[in-house]
Design a protein around this ligand. Structure first.
Ligand SMILES: Cc1cc2nc3c(=O)[nH]c(=O)nc-3n(C[C@H](O)[C@H](O)[C@H](O)COP(=O)(O)OP(=O)(O)OC[C@H]3O[C@@H](n4cnc5c(N)ncnc54)[C@H](O)[C@@H]3O)c2cc1C
Length: 395
């Protein structure tokens, strides 16, 4: 039944990460008032890089933020995979290249998380339809015929037309809607660090995204912030589990896994004094992200491993799709949310599943690694584009 009441109430957003702010701005862009509740004392992202495929720029263009997010980004000329044991190039895919532009019409870029998050934050702050609130933890919610009431950790109750759960991998809203317990621990750990350009040995500095694939490890590096910074992520297999995205890491554990790899890899690792780490988790894909006027978005809906570098891209695609569905059915948000889930769940499920496959590819050993090198090495740039067109050509 279409909703009659509560049209003047804001839509509530739990979580002010990239997904939450993208959703808030996309909804405001369509003319809807939004209130964002973030549990941290300020809106901020951790110090690390993020890759952005052409698919995110396609949707950013629809909400007028493409240029704002490209402004501080770096555009790598190519993405290259190298063998971490032999140093051989496995494959190289041109990115800042007329063939890529002709195929996908939008760029590939890498940026600092703080820069993309900051661009969404600035856009939200410039809109008089978005209210941003920090140190506000959403603990629970109640739904009735006319709207949703959220319950904060302080006990305060706040009324809205609907609730969007953008509260990430360990989402409380998801517990209520899907109820599938804790995320799956992948057994992979990512160590990350950001250096200034002058801290990187000159002969190792490269404008490309470089991935060194090793047995049960890989190392990725690329420049950030118009080339002024340098992002390094080292991933290896480990059973350690620490919840959260910002734990201090143990360098000894890292060295044990990268022993015997190419000097370029080891010299890069040596540059880092303090590592932070993520224990990588994901979930099985599901398609029940909505119940009435409550819906999930971003990592709360479809947490994925980072091997396709798409979690933030998918959250942003979700945000723009959700806002468009709300604009198409402004009097029936339950129907709008159902239409959004219908449009999004198979695409995001494919990324969740393929990210695991890519992780296996990167970390292959023995014949599996040989096979990978043979398959990828034989591809022309056009064939590489064909292989990823399902992702970069959407949504
Ligand atoms: C190693 C690594 C590399 C990655 N690389 C890429 C990449 O290259 N490209 C890419 O697109 N993606 C990448 N990702 C994925 C991407 O970082 C995430 O998918 C994306 O940040 C998810 O955004 P989100 O807003 O959904 O969740 P989050 O960023 O987790 O934000 C959730 C927010 O909600 C807040 N919150 C949580 N609970 C509550 C509550 N109860 N009440 C109020 N607030 C709450 C949190 O404080 C946080 O601010 C990578 C991830 C990892 C781990």
């Amino acid at each position: 039944m279409a909703e009659r009441n509560g049209r003047d109430l804001p839509i509530l957003v739990a979580g002010g990460g990239i997904g939450g702010l993208a959703a808030a701005y996309a909804l405001a862009h369509q003319g809807f008032p939004v209130r964002v509740f973030e549990q941290a004392p300020e809106f901020r992202e951790i110090g690390a890089g993020i890759q952005l495929g052409p698919n995110i720029f396609r949707v950013l263009d629809r909400i007028g933020l493409k240029d704002a997010i490209l402004a501080d980004a770096h555009r790598p000329p190519a993405m290259e995979m190298r063998c971490a044991l032999s140093g051989e190039r496995v494959t190289k895919i041109p990115l800042a290249d007329p063939r890529f532009d002709e195929r996908f019409h939008y760029p590939y870029a890498v940026t600092h998380r703080a820069d993309i998050h900051g661009a969404f934050l600035k856009a939200c702050q410039s809109s008089n339809l978005v209210t941003l609130e920090t140190s506000r933890t959403v603990d629970d919610y109640e739904e009735d015929d006319d709207g949703v009431t959220i319950v904060l950790a302080t006990g305060e109750r706040i009324r809205g037309r609907a609730l969007i759960g953008c509260d990430g991998m360990w989402s409380k809203i998801r517990e209520r809607i899907v109820g599938d317990g804790k995320p799956r621990v992948s057994g992979h750990i990512a160590y990350r660090a950001v250096l200034k350009k002058e801290e990187v040995p000159a002969d190792l500095w490269q404008p490309d995204v470089i991935l060194w694939a090793g047995p049960r490890t890989h190392l990725v590096h690329y420049p950030l912030r118009r080339g002024e910074l340098w992002n390094i992520v080292a991933v290896f297999h480990s059973d350690r589990y620490v919840e959260g995205w910002n734990a201090e890491a143990d360098a000894g554990e890292l060295w044990a896994h990268f022993k015997g790899q190419r000097p370029e890899v080891l010299r890069m690792l040596e540059r880092i004094e303090t590592w932070r780490m993520w224990v990588l988790c994901d979930r099985e894909p599901v398609n029940d992200w909505n119940k009435g006027r409550v819906v999930l978005l971003g990592d709360a809906a479809h947490p994925m491993l980072q091997y396709l570098a798409q979690g933030a891209c998918m959250a942003t695609e979700d945000a723009v799709c959700l806002a468009e569905k709300v604009a198409a059915a402004p009097d029936d948000l339950s129907a709008a949310f159902a239409a959004y889930v219908q449009e999004r769940y198979l695409r995001t499920a494919r990324v969740q599943i393929m990210a695991r496959v890519y992780g296996d590819f990167y970390h292959a050993r023995g014949p599996a690694a040989e096979l990978r090198n043979q398959m990828l090495g034989a591809r022309t740039p056009e064939e590489s584009y064909d292989g990823i067109a399902w992702l970069y050509g959407g949504p």
